[in-house]
Design a protein around this ligand. Structure first.
Ligand SMILES: Nc1ncnc2c1ncn2[C@@H]1O[C@H](COP(=O)(O)OP(=O)(O)OP(=O)(O)O)[C@@H](O)[C@H]1O
Ligand SMILES: [Mg+2]
Length: 507
């Protein structure tokens, strides 16, 4: 028995917890039933008290009329008087279909419409509550169950007064069968309404549940499928404009984004392998040439070994770029938390590219503000982040400027205080400039504007992509301004690190 109860309870609990629709259905049903029951009970109570009230009033009127008729006879203790009382009592009782009893001042029955005795039974009923109250001068109402008819009766007892004292009591009684029948009927109607409303609620909830459950199940099915197989070629059908439709749209957007990322990942792999393949194949041919006899000739050997060295350098710098970009992809948002002094950063970076620019006979200049105090202010400023990353970003731009600017040209670094507490670093060259159509793409991975030339200079198109990623991680921006035939300017803005605020923050 216990086990069965536990099992049943468990089944119901599972049914409830497993489905959102069931929870909705159950809650609706509970609320509606409780509300309707409360309203019905209140209505039944009101109907009952209204009916009793009506009854009271009509009984009172009848009693008063009868009292006017019999008050003289009540005072006379004769047989004729009693007979007159009995007649009047019978007449009123038949007219209204009620039971009337009259007692004298001591509570003895003088006349009873339900008994056929001409002069009353004489039985003393002064102990009955309503008679007792009325003899004391109070109009009294009582509901009592009659033992003989097994029905509830409503009694109203009125004191008849003459010459300032209570000379008797008229009691009018009505069986409550009619009222009770009506209440029973009303109760059944109310229960029918509750049942019908419950049934409609169940139907509506089932319909709603289907509408909600079906798309949710579709989505969850698709999500499971994607999780298991990784196949992101499918979308969920969306034909609605409500919240579920919106969820479907977001779900599809998410799948679209995943698909795009997957495509980007594949592109990246394909590009990376392609870039690695070219120098590897070149290394292979050089080694083959050396084997075939080039190693014997000292001049050729030197030449071949030199190009071998260049190829290996290019290969390792490409690998470094690939490593950097995957590392930047993987790490979260933050770049690092050390203050990096701007002057130091620019000085060290320039040191690293000096040789390269000298080899190309380029003028490499750093321009600080001409105003001495502004310059002093600027050289003291720092950027919060990672020193090596920032240096890498600047070197990429400077290397481009040096690589793409013809000999005897110039590369200038201009450092200024930008707007909104920012440091602005501009790198200006006198190179060939960039085609306007290429400008939006040069920061993309593996994008090279002038393929032949950049490949000749060993470029793989990752430099600017890495730079943009690093600058973004430092909450900065990078833009390019270029005129064909005149040169290009790369403009970097980085937020100034304000130690004063940082220390206030820490407090
Ligand atoms: N200063 C510049 N002047 C002219 N063109 C430039 C300049 N800087 C970048 N570019 C163009 O933008 C392209 C992308 O630059 P990016 O630095 O990303 O790649 P790369 O220099 O070709 O190769 P990598 O830097 O990875 O070795 C270059 O191929 C070049 O065409
Ligand atoms: Mg580059």
């Amino acid at each position: 028995m216990n086990l069965f109860e536990f099992g049943l309870f468990k089944t119901i609990y599972r049914w409830f917890v497993r489905s959102l629709a069931n929870q909705l259905l159950f809650s609706y049903l509970l609320v509606i039933t409780v509300a309707l029951l409360a309203v019905s009970l209140w209505a039944l109570f009101m109907i009952k008290s209204e009916s009793i009230n009506d009854l009271r009033n009509s009984l009172e009127v009848e009693a008063v009329n009868l009292a006017l008729e019999i008050d003289n006879d009540l005072a006379l203790d004769s047989l004729q008087a009693k007979m007159r009382i009995k007649k009047a009592v019978d007449r009123h009782a038949t007219k209204l279909n009620v039971a009337i009893t009259v007692v004298n001042e001591s509570g003895n029955v003088l006349a009873d419409s339900r008994a056929n005795l001409q002069n009353g039974s004489g039985e003393n009923i002064a102990t009955q509550s309503e008679i007792n109250d009325a003899l004391a001068g109070i109009v009294a109402f009582y509901t009592r169950r009659s033992q003989s008819t097994q029905t509830n009766w409503f009694y109203a007892a009125y004191p008849v007064r003459s010459a300032g004292r209570t000379s008797g009591v008229i009691r009018v009684g009505v069986p409550l069968t009619n009222i009770e029948q009506r209440l029973r009927h009303d109760l059944i109607v109310f229960l029918e309404i509750i049942f019908a409303t419950g049934a409609i609620t169940v139907l509506c909830s089932l319909w709603l549940a289907r509408r909600v459950n079906q798309p949710l199940q579709e989505m969850s099915g698709l999500a499971k499928k994607i999780a298991l197989s990784g196949d992101i070629s499918e979308f969920v059908p969306v034909s609605r404009r409500d919240e579920i439709g919106e969820l479907g749209l977001s779900f599809n957007q998410m799948i679209g984004r995943l698909a795009e990322q997957e495509r980007m990942r594949q592109d990246f792999l394909a590009n990376a392998s392609h870039e690695l393949k070219t120098p590897t194949m070149a290394i292979g041919s050089v080694v083959e040439a050396l084997r075939a006899g080039a190693a014997e000739d000292p001049v050729m050997r030197k030449q071949f070994l030199n190009s071998l060295e260049k190829l290996v350098d290019r290969q390792s710098s490409l690998l470094q770029d690939l490593l950097d970009i995957t590392r930047l992809d993987g790490r979260g948002d933050s770049a690092g938390h050390e203050p990096v002094n701007v002057q130091q950063l620019i000085h060290d970076t320039v040191e690293q590219v000096k040789d390269q620019s000298e080899r190309k006979k380029l003028k490499l200049l750093i321009k600080w503000p001409s105003d001495e105090s502004e310059k002093n202010k600027l050289t003291g400023l720092s950027v919060l982040g990672n020193y090596l990353q920032l240096q890498r970003a600047l070197i990429n731009i400077l290397t481009n400027a040096i690589n793409y600017t013809p000999e005897e040209g110039s590369v200038t670094i201009i450092v200024e205080l930008g707007e909104h507490e920012q440091i602005q670093i501009k790198i200006e060259d006198t190179g060939p400039g960039i085609e306007p159509g290429d400008i939006p793409h040069i920061f993309e991975r593996f994008y090279r504007a002038d393929k032949a030339r950049s490949r000749a200079s060993g470029g793989s198109g990752l430099g600017l992509a890495i730079t943009r990623e690093i600058i973004a991680r430092h909450h900065g921006t990078i833009e390019v301004d270029s005129t064909l035939g005149k040169g290009s300017t790369f403009i970097i803005n980085l937020p100034v690190f304000l130690p004063a605020f940082a220390s206030i923050d820490k407090e």
